[in-house]
Design a protein around this ligand. Structure first.
Ligand code: NAD
Length: 448
């Protein structure tokens, strides 16, 4: 057995059976047996089942939000919004089921056509920061394409995935199509990656573990999608609406207590407005409401674990803080909102902190901004703040990153592709693109 803990109270909220290799193999076998019947379900019926799952998620929004809030420490208002997105993701893929089709290609001597075939059993491995959301990003396209799945949630946060699997059954998705194994990554995850009957791994997690997944997948030439870490830049030019940029910037780092792959944790500011922007940013950060995740007003909760808190603290130890917020006293893995003045060579600016810490870095001009923003092994997301439209697009094209927003800090929508450049991984989730990652193109020639 293993205990699942509420990070705001440090108290256990559930005891689970820990899955191991035997349970993982049983889940893969079950998914393998269920595959032929599931792939044969008419697309319109598969769509209906996904739509029903979306509706059930909506109907259970409060329950799922409470699970996610207590297990991850997410503020309840934000958790409700996340569950809303999960329902939207299933609605999107319900609509996509019968729109991801092949093409006919005129060729000499006949006709050529392509089919999008499901892969078979896919292994889905998720992180602890957005357990339910990221499960839906993978489950939606995997099921839409006709695959059966074995989902392994992070060991710290398995509860919402288990509840989601129950709702999938209630929606009428046949038994054996969605399987969940809750257990340690190095045992359950590793087994899924090495299992000869698993055709693909959809992985979201750290770059370090992702590297190991890629190596282990080589043994069976398994397909992999890797959604990994980030160190994204929030680039603020002197001609930006500074008030708007400054009031948005804290939420782009401190949402989910900074445990966000898209966190804009390097705030790059043009030198001529640096001091003014820093004042505005400190003011805005002071307003972030940190506290009990169950409180409707709370905007930032605790970190996921004591280990994560210690790791975050180690990044701040030798830096100059421009601001450090307050945290509640007593139990809970709290860490305050922290703004650090840095250069891009400092460790706090180079590594993914995964906590509520932002590095503020000055730049001289547009060229310097692009150089600094790209000077990182990561390339997941980022923002550009300027009132100059041509500059916005010029810089957007120059940045080596997968998901950008201009005069905004949002990254994720059900219908738009999401994924990284460089060591932030490869493959895309969400939107129609994700379907390519859960299907194989078959090419058939007919001689005429
Ligand atoms: P992690 O890499 O520690 O774990 C991710 C998952 O991998 C967990 O389920 C874990 O049990 C499993 N795992 C561990 N060892 C394994 C192994 N040997 N084989 C197979 N699976 C194994 O990541 P985390 O700490 O849970 O999540 C935080 C990380 O995830 C951050 O780096 C963050 O940036 C990243 N992340 C990326 C995205 C994205 O879309 N790019 C989204 C969210 C989080």
């Amino acid at each position: 057995m293993f205990a699942v803990v509420n990070p705001a109270t440090e108290l256990p909220i559930a005891q689970l059976d820990e899955a191991g290799v035997e349970e993982t193999d049983a889940a893969v076998e079950r998914a393998r047996e269920s595959f032929p019947a599931w792939r044969a379900v008419a697309p319109s019926d598969r769509a209906r089942l996904l739509r029903r799952l979306a509706t059930l998620v909506d109907e259970h929004r409060e329950e799922l939000a409470q699970i996610e809030s207590r297990n991850v420490g997410k503020p309840i208002a934000g958790a409700r919004a996340e569950v809303g997105m999960v329902a939207d993701v299933f609605h999107f893929y319900a609509g996509a089921v019968d729109k991801h089709h092949g093409e006919t290609i005129p060729v000499v001597g006949g006709v050529d056509m392509t089919f999008h075939e499901p892969l078979g059993v896919v292994g889905l491995i998720g992180p602890w920061n957005f357990p339910l959301n990221i499960s839906s990003w993978k489950l939606g396209p995997a099921l839409a394409c006709g695959n059966t799945v074995v989902l392994k949630p992070a060991e710290l946060t398995p509860l919402s995935a288990l509840r989601l699997a129950e709702l999938a059954l209630e929606a009428g998705i046949p038994e054996g199509v969605v399987n969940v194994v809750a257990g340690p990554g190095r045992i359950v995850g590793q087994r899924l990656v090495e299992h000869p009957d698993v055709a693909k791994i959809g992985f979201t997690g750290s770059t370090e573990v992702g590297r190991g997944v890629m190596q282990a997948a080589a043994g069976t030439i398994k397909r992999v999608t890797l959604e990994l870490g980030g160190k994204s830049a929030n680039v603020v030019f002197a001609d930006a609406d500074l008030e708007r940029a400054a009031s948005s910037a804290p939420y782009a780092v401190f949402d989910n207590a900074g445990q966000d792959c898209c966190a804009r944790s390097r705030i790059l500011v043009e030198k001529s407005v640096y001091d003014r922007f820093l004042d505005l940013l400190v003011e805005a950060t002071r307003r972030v409401r940190v506290g009990d995740p169950a409180d409707e007003q709370t905007e930032m909760g605790p970190l996921i674990s004591a280990e994560q808190r210690d790791k975050v603290a180690s990044y701040v130890a030798d830096t100059v803080s421009a601001f450090r917020g307050e945290v509640p006293e007593g139990a809970g893995y709290w860490y305050p909102c922290t703004l650090v003045e840095a250069t891009n060579d400092d460790r706090v600016a180079r590594e993914e902190v995964f906590g509520p810490v932002a590095a503020i870095i000055p730049f001289a001009d547009e060229e310097d901004a692009i150089r600094i923003a790209n000077d990182t092994p990561y390339g997941l997301s980022g923002s550009i703040w300027t009132e100059n439209g041509a500059r916005a697009l010029r810089v957007a094209r120059a940045l080596e990153t997968g998901v950008l927003s201009i005069n905004s800090n949002t990254s994720v929508r059900p219908s738009t592709p999401f994924g990284g450049f460089k060591q932030s991984g490869f493959g895309r989730e969400l939107g129609m693109r994700a379907l390519d990652g859960y299907s194989e193109v078959k090419n058939v020639f007919v001689a005429t």
